[in-house]
Write a protein that binds this ligand. Structure first.
Ligand SMILES: NC(=O)c1ccc[n+]([C@@H]2O[C@H](COP(=O)([O-])OP(=O)(O)OC[C@H]3O[C@@H](n4cnc5c(N)ncnc54)[C@H](O)[C@@H]3O)[C@@H](O)[C@H]2O)c1
Length: 263
């Protein structure tokens, strides 16, 4: 799977799990990629440059994004964490990215939101992106902020954005819940591709989920982007056992008391 992109594409969180998956697909087409992260990537592909940048530092982020034509914003805390941590990396970090997009005239940001924005819906419910946010954690709350920030920057400044409420993006589903939430690596790449290239997205939020036989979420908004998932968790039905279904869609994130976590 490869992605074409005309111009310089900035990828935040480039050293992380999904950053590496995306960069491998971009490298196949020789795209010019500006990799941004607080951690150095294990390796750089041809066409890539690395800028070490803490997204909590708005000035550094502004500087690092100069000359970029679009941004795929994956960087930040990717799990439950203390309020102070998610505020710095995710709330402050997303502000830095959108504000840099505004100041540099970068017209589109594709950003990683999360299914944990709606993790407090019950497992029996079917949820669409236009239903009210019900975050299950400070982490989910920080992603909810990111979506609202993106809406503001579209309404006020005309910065187009696509928010991907990523389900569980791993090589394969790891438990029964992931049979519903799994997004394959290939489908993640296909989704980012459509989010970068679909015309006139305004601000669009979609769930990032493969063509699993069962899911919690309405996949139709993804169709608006022209996203067609190729993969399905059906091939991993070994988890389909008698273990009880989590009560809420957010699974274990609902049970973690983040007020007890130290920064
Ligand atoms: N993998 C999934 O299943 C999944 C599900 C839902 C949402 N997401 C979101 O997708 C994005 C990528 O996920 P991932 O699995 O690759 O996570 P990851 O933790 O592997 O990667 C995140 C990267 O962000 C970097 N980072 C952290 N704080 C930073 C900061 N202040 N400034 C700059 N860089 C910083 C980290 O060094 C890391 O390389 C995250 O935003 C995550 O919340 C992922």
């Amino acid at each position: 799977m490869s992605i074409q992109f005309n111009g310089t594409l900035a990828v935040t969180g480039a050293s992380g799990a999904l950053g590496q998956v995306l960069r491998a697909a971009l490298a196949c087409s020789g795209v010019a990629v500006r990799c941004m992260d607080i951690r150095e990537p294990q390796r750089l592909h041809a066409g890539e440059t690395f800028v070490r940048c803490d997204l909590a530092d708005a000035e550094a982020t502004l500087h690092a994004l100069q000359g970029a034509d679009a941004i795929v914003h994956l960087g930040g805390i990717s799990t439950t964490a203390s309020f102070a941590e998610v505020v710095a990396a995710n709330v402050g970090g997303s502000f830095s990215v959108f504000e840099a997009a505004r100041r540099h005239g970068i017209r589109r940001v594709v950003y990683a939101s999360s299914n944990h924005v709606t993790g407090y819906y019950r497992s029996t419910q079917r949820v669409a992106p236009d239903m009210p946010q019900r975050p299950d954690s400070f982490y989910g709350l920080s992603k909810a902020f990111g979506e609202n920030l993106a809406q503001l920057y579209w309404d006020k400044y005309g910065i187009e954005a696509v928010g991907l409420r990523i389900g569980s993006c791993f090589e394969r589903p790891r438990d029964r819940r992931m049979l519903k939430t799994w997004l394959s690596h290939g489908d993640f790449v296909r989704l980012v591709d459509r989010a970068l290239h679909a015309p006139k997205v305004g601000h669009t939020v979609v769930y990032g989920v493969s063509d699993n036989p069962q899911t919690y979420w309405d996949r139709d908004p993804g169709n608006v982007l022209g996203f067609v998932p190729f993969d399905s968790a059906a091939a991993f039905a070994e988890f389909d056992d008698t273990a009880p279904e989590p009560q809420f869609q957010g699974g274990s994130f609902v049970d973690i008391d983040e007020t007890k976590l130290e920064p």
